[in-house]
Design a protein around this ligand. Structure first.
Ligand code: NAD
Length: 476
């Protein structure tokens, strides 16, 4: 298996003819580690021509076989964990221990997808509920949609492909995968394993490229479902050009976590430090805004700083590293500008605020203004804001004051209070006694407002990637 070359995979074969190529650079060492060959408009057309001719063939693979195949690729992935984690870490700068967690999660996502094959049930509905329906009976069952476009980001590049490909294949569809241009080698390594494990060649196409290739795919009316994970700008553009087809959006956020005065401060501080800076803050649910009740502000802040100081920063391939670089130096510079802007608007830097190359020292900002970018936009970097509040009403209002609504964390010891707060949070999910940054892959993940449309998690995604078919029998 060549782990340095990313080529598109179309019509059952790796594409060798394309002329456009791009170097792949390790964001930590700045060294060239490989080459990606970019797809063309013609490649997209070839892939969709082929896919549209093979819809019935893939849909005809029996359910038990689809489940078996998904279990088999999950097992192969598990066996190749070390190799995959290394590729992922070198290509994106994700610390190796976090990369290993991602491979484990990808294995689980595929296993959960294989289980969902066995739960694709319909129902029987009596017709005579209606007077006009006397002597009729109806039943429903689920059928594949045909072609699913899976467009994925760089920050969890393997697991998020699995979150789309797993349910899509479980449903009996063909998937066109377009990974982020920042995570192409891991996508290629995954596809090599898939093919080795016996995944049907007609059921997947892999196309490399950026927004241009993504747009050719989403515009094509032979695609039935677009499953997109990424940022708000790209999603708005897709919504403009995609036309009449089902669209699922998993987008970003500026997630809040509330620490109330009856909480275990030390546990909250430890969890906030671990999940505010994991993957250098490059997670859609990363802890970006911590609202802390004023009477525990000092003790929480001290505990938090002490936990952040324990994080190991540096070489992503070192087994002890907690925080590595962001995806590239240009992104690090953008984040440093946002820190400067917050500082100029009155924020106090309690820790960090410096960078080396693409690595930013975990940064704690206290009391940034509400208008600063680090508060109201998605940072997607290792910055956490500490913001005091007096009453829970104030904390709820501030946490909800966001264009996003993905997940929120709440630390408290009172269960009834926790439930009352959770009812008022304008987010897709709330984590009680945990931070915003917690996800189990079988749960329904997704947001409201600018955080997305739809829910991801095999049990939920598979429904979105099938159509409900109704059969009515009129009895004589
Ligand atoms: P991005 O939006 O830049 O890119 C995501 C994907 O979309 C890439 O494959 C990219 O090439 C493609 N793309 C970009 N413009 C496009 C267009 N016009 N048409 C079609 N495709 C297009 O995002 P990113 O920087 O790779 O990832 C970070 C974003 O993803 C953050 O906002 C993060 O919060 C979000 N994210 C969300 C979740 C979730 O589950 N909600 C999970 C991970 C990441």
């Amino acid at each position: 298996m060549d782990l340095t070359t990313a080529r598109s995979f179309i019509n059952g074969d790796w594409v060798k003819t394309t002329q456009r190529k791009k170097d792949i650079i390790n964001p930590y060492t700045n060294e060239k580690i490989g080459v990606q060959w970019l797809a063309t408009k013609k490649d997209v057309k070839r892939a969709l021509d082929h896919a549209s001719l093979n819809i019935d063939k893939v849909a005809a693979i029996p359910s038990y076989k689809r489940a078996e195949i998904l279990t088999k690729i999950a097992n192969h992935l598990h066996n190749e964990k070390q190799m995959l984690a290394t590729v992922l870490s070198k290509e994106t700068g994700k610390p190796i221990k976090s990369a290993q967690v991602e491979i484990n999660r990808a294995v689980e996502t595929l296993k959960r997808s294989s289980e969902e094959v066995n739960r694709l049930f319909g129902e029987t509905i009596p017709g005579d509920i209606s007077k006009r329906g006397e002597n009729t009976i109806a039943h429903t069952y689920r059928v594949p949609v045909g072609i699913v476009a899976a467009i994925t980001p760089f920050n969890a590049p393997l697991n998020l492909i699995c979150h789309k490909l797993g349910p899509s294949f479980a449903a009996g569809n063909i998937t066109i995968v377009k990974p982020s241009p920042h995570s192409t080698l891991i996508a290629a390594a995954f596809l090599h394993i898939l093919l080795k494990a016996g995944f049907p060649k007609d059921a997947i196409h892999l196309l490399y490229g950026g927004a241009d290739i993504g747009e050719y795919i989403v515009k094509d009316d032979r695609v039935s479902v677009i499953s997109f994970t990424g940022g708000i700008n790209a999603s708005k553009r897709i919504a403009q050009i995609a036309g009449l087809k089902k669209q699922l959006y998993e987008l970003g956020g500026n997630a809040a976590t509330i620490v109330h005065d009856d909480a275990n401060i030390y546990d909250a501080a430890r969890q906030c430090a671990l999940t505010g800076y994991s993957n250098a803050g490059q997670s859609c649910i990363s802890v970006q805004r911590i609202y802390v009740q004023t009477n525990i502000l000092q003790s929480f802040t001290e505990a938090f700083i002490s936990e952040v100081k324990k994080l190991n920063i540096g070489d992503p391939l070192h087994p002890k590293t907690d925080v590595g670089p962001v995806i590239n130096e240009a992104t690090a510079n953008r984040i440093m500008n946002w820190i400067d802007e917050a500082k100029q608007n009155g924020a106090e830097i309690l820790y960090g605020g410096k960078k080396q190359g693409a690595t930013i020292i975990p940064t704690i900002l206290k009391n940034p203004s509400k208008q600063s970018k680090v508060v109201c936009e998605e940072v997607f970097g290792p910055i956490v804001n500490i913001i005091p509040y007096k009453t829970i009403e104030e904390a709820i209002s501030e946490a909800n004051h966001s264009p996003f609504g993905l997940q929120v964390g709440l630390f408290t010891n009172k269960i009834d209070f926790a439930y009352k707060v959770s009812q008022q949070m304008k987010t897709g999910g709330i984590i009680i006694n945990g931070t915003s940054n917690f996800r189990l892959d079988h749960l329904p993940h997704g947001g409201i407002k600018n955080s997305g449309i739809g829910r991801e998690g095999p049990r939920f995604t598979i429904k979105e990637m099938t159509e409900l078919k109704m059969v009515v029998l009129k009895m004589k």
